[in-house]
Design a binder for this molecule. Structure first.
Ligand SMILES: [Fe+2]
Length: 248
C-alpha cells in the first residue's frame, strides 16, 4: 500500500491549516511531492503508451454510469487525448496507481471532515471514480464551470446542490514548462483571480492539489512539449450512489 506521510496528514492542526487555505484564503492547497516525480512520470508514461493488456469500454456519459459498469476510456477534445475512467467496483487495472488514488481519497476525506475511507465503498452515498487524463490538444477539454453551486449541469454525476465543503483533486503527472506549456488547468482562486497550475501556482509533477470545487475551473490551451505526456493528471470525481445504483 502507498502511504503519504501519515503523521503529517493525521495532525489536526495541519488539517485545520489546509482547510483555512482552501476555504478561507487561497482556494487550493498543494501537497508537495505526494508521490515522487520519478514515480509520477513512470505512471504517466506506461499509461500514455497504452501498454496495459486491458480493454476499456467506450465512453459512458456521466449520467449513464451504473454500478457494475466496466471501466471506460474517451478521447476529448481530440483523438490524441485520453481519459481512462476507473471505478471502485472493478478490480484495479494498475495496483500502484490504485493504491495512490485511495490514499489521495483519504486525504480529501480528512479535509472534508468525512470518514477516512468514505467514497471507496459501494455502500457510501458518494462513490469514487478516478480518471487519468492526458491532454495533447490545444482545444478546450473542460469548459469553464463551477460545481456544487446549484447550477444545472449538462451531464451530472449526481445531485448538484450547494455544498461548499466539496473539494476536487488534481494529481500532477507531468510538468508545466517541461511536458506542456501555455495552457492546462486554470482555477479561479477565492479572490476571483484565474491561476494556471504549474505556472501561477507551484504544482509540479507528483504534487497533489486539493481545490475548492465551487471555484470556477477549466482545462484549455495546452501546447504539448512532450508528445507522450502533454498535460497528464489524475482527477477524482464522485458519483451519487442513488444515481448509479439502480437496485437501491
Ligand atoms: Fe468541474
Amino acid at each position: 500500500m502507498f502511504y503519504y506521510s501519515k503523521t503529517k496528514s493525521d495532525n489536526q492542526s495541519f488539517v485545520m491549516d489546509v482547510r483555512k487555505r482552501i476555504y478561507n484564503q487561497d482556494g487550493y492547497f498543494v501537497f508537495k511531492n505526494f508521490i515522487d516525480a520519478e514515480k509520477a512520470e513512470s505512471i504517466a508514461r506506461r499509461w500514455s503508451s497504452g501498454r496495459f493488456d486491458y480493454e476499456f469500454h467506450d465512453r459512458f456519459a456521466n449520467s449513464e454510469v451504473r454500478i457494475g459498469h466496466p471501466n471506460y476510456c474517451y478521447h476529448r477534445p481530440g483523438s490524441p487525448d485520453l481519459s481512462y475512467c476507473m471505478h471502485m467496483w472493478n478490480a484495479p487495472v494498475d495496483q500502484e496507481l490504485h493504491s495512490i488514488c485511495l490514499e489521495a481519497q483519504s486525504l480529501r476525506n480528512l479535509v472534508e471532515g468525512r470518514a477516512l475511507h468514505f467514497g471507496t465503498q459501494l455502500h457510501d452515498p458518494l462513490i469514487l471514480q478516478y480518471r487519468l487524463s492526458r491532454t495533447l490538444s490545444t482545444d478546450t477539454s473542460v469548459f469553464p464551470h463551477a460545481d456544487f453551486l446549484e447550477e444545472p449541469r449538462r451531464d451530472s454525476m449526481g445531485d448538484h446542490a450547494y455544498d461548499p465543503r466539496r473539494c476536487q483533486m488534481t494529481l500532477m503527472l507531468s510538468d508545466y514548462g517541461t511536458h506542456y506549456k501555455d495552457g492546462g488547468f486554470f482555477l479561479q482562486n477565492n479572490q476571483d483571480k484565474q491561476l494556471l497550475l504549474g505556472r501561477d501556482v507551484s504544482a509540479q509533477i507528483g504534487d497533489l492539489v486539493l481545490w475548492k470545487y465551487s471555484n470556477k475551473h477549466t482545462v484549455t490551451g495546452v501546447v504539448p512539449m512532450d508528445q507522450d505526456l502533454g498535460f497528464s493528471r489524475v482527477i477524482f470525481p464522485s458519483f451519487d450512489k442513488e444515481y448509479v445504483d439502480v437496485s437501491a
